[in-house]
Design a protein around this ligand. Structure first.
Ligand code: PLP
Length: 421
């Protein structure tokens, strides 16, 4: 059999995956500080959530390429809660944000053309790009008084093949919310180079609300969600929060149920096409053809989507409370380890730790696994190969506490043994 070049991945188990599998197989205890599947982190979901799936209207097959009107209107209501007026005709439903990306890559790029992606970022982009025969060009974010976009770095990373820029707002794993000055700089870049902007807002509903964002100093953010309730001062979406930009640049906002409603298993997401005409109408017509080719949305999920979106705050609040509690625990434990810095974050589910770069992070992660705690090496998200760990703030509090204690013990001893030689 001959395989395509695009699927020429190294599918061998990595040393980290092997060690992890063996530890689990040996039945040894492990606190998992990478856990980010909300359905497996001990949250009590509302019992009757699945009742929405028994809607008899789902017996009718109504193949709508953009998704059913009722489901798209529910997405509009979500944006209305974020202060954005979105027309249902500008929405295309997809089964995941990953599928939404894939539709957009096919809409915007020819094979071999490029997308700029600020890093650190979500690791799935590499595979999505491979599958759609497009290339990713990383452009580093900078960390100076919090994370920032580096417009000059992005400009340097541009080539004549660049067609689009991906922005994750707030970013995963940095938790960085795009500021108005950054949006303006991106708009200029996009205008000058005829780029489209793809904005991933899956973590939009997880801003930090108090002073938990940073250990050392307060961080300024473009909005806040004091209550976690829809309409309660929610974080600004690119579907409206950056109007000046939308008048000038084609912007595709992607999001979905996996994070905002804590329902990754339900497979429902969307693209909102915004920006100037006639590009917007042209983009929507082409996206409709792409969506029509697959018709991947299923009827019961589309029927249930309005209820799940409406009830999202029930789980969203619990997730936010968990993230805040775990972050406070982490900071309290780290207070005794001055050589380790927990980087400022403004939202999302992750925390980045800067540790002394004494060894490759892969060996640190392996050593931590031996101690009974499982964390991500920073390079998994595009950070350098030494000096960075990433942990999820979603695990159940007891597991998180024991994992952090093990992590801090290790870092403390390691730091001390280095000082004492
Ligand atoms: C930034 C970001 N975008 C998209 C996704 C994927 O979301 P979905 O489950 O809708 O494909 C993830 C998953 O973790 C993510 O972190």
């Amino acid at each position: 059999m001959r395989f395509s070049d695009r699927s020429r991945w190294n599918t061998e188990e990595t040393a980290l995956a092997r060690a992890h599998r063996r530890r689990l197989a040996a039945g040894l205890p492990l606190a998992d500080l990478t856990a980010s599947n909300p359905t497996r982190c001990g949250f009590q979901y509302p019992e009757n959530l699945l009742a929405a799936l028994t809607d008899a209207r789902a017996l009718d097959y109504d193949p709508q390429p953009r998704g059913t009107l009722a489901a798209r209107q529910a997405v509009c209501a979500y944006y209305a809660d974020h202060g954005a007026s979105v027309d249902p005709d500008r929405i295309i439903l997809t089964t995941s944000t990953s599928e939404a990306y894939s539709f957009l890559f096919r809409l915007l790029l020819n094979p071999g053309e490029e997308i700029l992606v600020p890093q650190p970022s979500y690791p799935l982009f590499d595979f999505l790009a491979d599958l759609d025969d497009v290339c990713l060009r990383p452009a580093p974010l900078v960390y100076h008084d919090g994370w920032q976009i580096d417009p000059e770095g992005l400009r340097r990373a541009l080539t004549p093949q660049t067609r689009a820029l991906v922005l994750v707002h707030p970013n995963n794993p940095t938790g960085h919310f795009t500021k108005p000055w950054e949006a303006e700089a991106l708009a200029q870049l996009c205008r000058e180079h005829a780029l489209s902007l793809i904005v991933d807002e899956v973590f939009l509903d997880y801003p930090m609300t108090g002073n938990e964002g940073t250990r050392e100093r307060g961080t300024e953010r473009t909005g806040s969600a004091e209550t976690g309730e829809p309409g309660g001062g929610a974080s600004p979406s690119f579907a409206s929060g950056f109007d000046g930009l939308l008048a000038r640049v084609p912007v595709f906002v992607v999001s979905g149920l996996s994070k905002i409603a804590g329902l990754p298993q339900m497979k429902a997401a969307w693209i909102v096409a915004t920006g100037p005409e006639p590009e917007r109408t042209g983009a929507l017509a082409r996206l409709e053809v792409i969506a029509d080719t697959f018709l991947s949305m299923n009827a019961p999920i589309q029927c249930a989507l309005p209820q799940w979106l409406e009830r999202r705050s029930e789980i969203n609040k619990k997730i936010r409370a968990r993230v805040a509690a775990n972050l406070a625990q982490l900071d309290a434990e780290l207070a005794g380890v001055p050589a380790v810095e927990r980087l400022a974050l403004e939202g999302g589910w992750y925390a980045i730790l800067r540790i002394p770069a004494l060894a490759p992070d892969e060996s640190t992660v392996l050593a931590l696994l031996e101690c009974g705690v499982w964390v991500h090496p920073g390079f998994f998200f595009g950070l350098p190969s030494a000096g960075w760990l990433v942990i999820s703030l979603l695990p159940p509090v007891t597991e998180f506490r024991s994992g952090v204690t093990l992590l801090v013990d290790y870092l403390h001893k390691n730091q001390r043994s280095n000082i004492t030689g």
